[in-house]
Ligand binder design. Structure first.
Ligand SMILES: [Zn+2]
Length: 265
């Protein structure tokens, strides 16, 4: 059976050695096997906003660092869940529950929910966890994880993603975080706000790829990177880029600080 977004959280929990109660997803066996002979100190979960499997293929040339990681590691096309909008889908990725089960439909829902994400369960189990996302989302996670950093989009989305990247590296380096989730938004933001032509998507994709490259070069300890997306493009004008495909990509790749894959190699 095909893997889905429900399976990411159970895979992470199994790698880090804790349980998600009543989960709807299952562990991705191939990732467990891939990690068996590797010494993984920390896990970075990167959610790239709004890139389905078909768009990902079309952007291939602009995503050299993603390609390098998937060639060194594993690549899956996994099923995304309805409603395919950011908050419920990030909720699914972080909990391993269906939206009907976690009921996180708007950011406001994340403030008082009794549902725990893998970040909170990890933290409760003594594994330092953190999140670097937009300000309101981070506020909701404050005091529920070891580190919740909120970033405001003050100077445009490219600057926003770049600051998220810088803070992610800092979280690993200075705070001893072992499980971190970040959300990079340039491509989705482009689709919603400024895309006039295909070149605009290429441009946004390149900026995200550069951030991934900086992450790979800046990590100090052996890391499992899991990179995925919350939903395919949902802006009607550009939905044709996904060819009616509702899958999203999932990359699992080991980056050893000393010998991480470099694009173009
Ligand atoms: Zn989104």
């Amino acid at each position: 059976m095909k893997y889905t977004q429900l399976d990411i959280a159970p895979t992470i929990s199994s790698l880090l050695g804790f349980e998600i109660p009543d989960k709807d997803g299952r562990e991705i066996e191939e990732i467990r096997v891939y990690c068996e002979d590797k010494n993984i100190d920390q896990i970075l979960l990167i959610v790239v906003d709004g890139v389905g499997a078909s768009l990902y293929k079309k952007l291939n040339g602009a995503l050299g660092q993603f390609r390098a990681l998937s060639e060194e590691g594993l690549f899956f096309e996994i099923r995304s869940l309805a409603p395919r909008i950011t908050t419920p889908n990030v909720g699914t990725i972080l909990t391993g529950y269906t939206p009907e089960h976690h009921r996180l439909y708007e950011v406001a829902d994340t403030f008082y929910t009794p549902v725990k994400s893998i970040l909170e369960i990890a933290s409760d189990s003594g594994i330092k966890s953190g999140i670097v996302i937009e300000l309101l989302g981070a506020k909701a996670m404050l005091n529920r994880v070891d580190l919740a950093i909120g970033v405001e989009n003050l100077h445009g989305i490219i600057d926003y993603d770049r600051r998220i990247t810088d803070l992610a590296l800092k979280a690993f380096r200075s705070e001893g975080i072992r499980l971190l989730m970040i959300h990079l938004r340039a491509i989705d933001n482009c689709a919603h706000h400024y895309a006039k032509a295909w070149d605009d998507f290429i441009f946004s994709a390149r900026t995200i790829d550069e951030n991934l490259e900086r992450i790979c070069q800046g990590l100090c300890r052996p890391t499992l990177i899991l990179a995925t997306s919350d939903h395919p493009i949902h802006v009607e004008k550009w939905a044709h880029l996904e060819n009616n495909n509702t899958d999203v990509p999932l990359i699992a790749s080991y980056v050893n600080a000393a010998s991480g894959p470099k694009k173009g190699e």
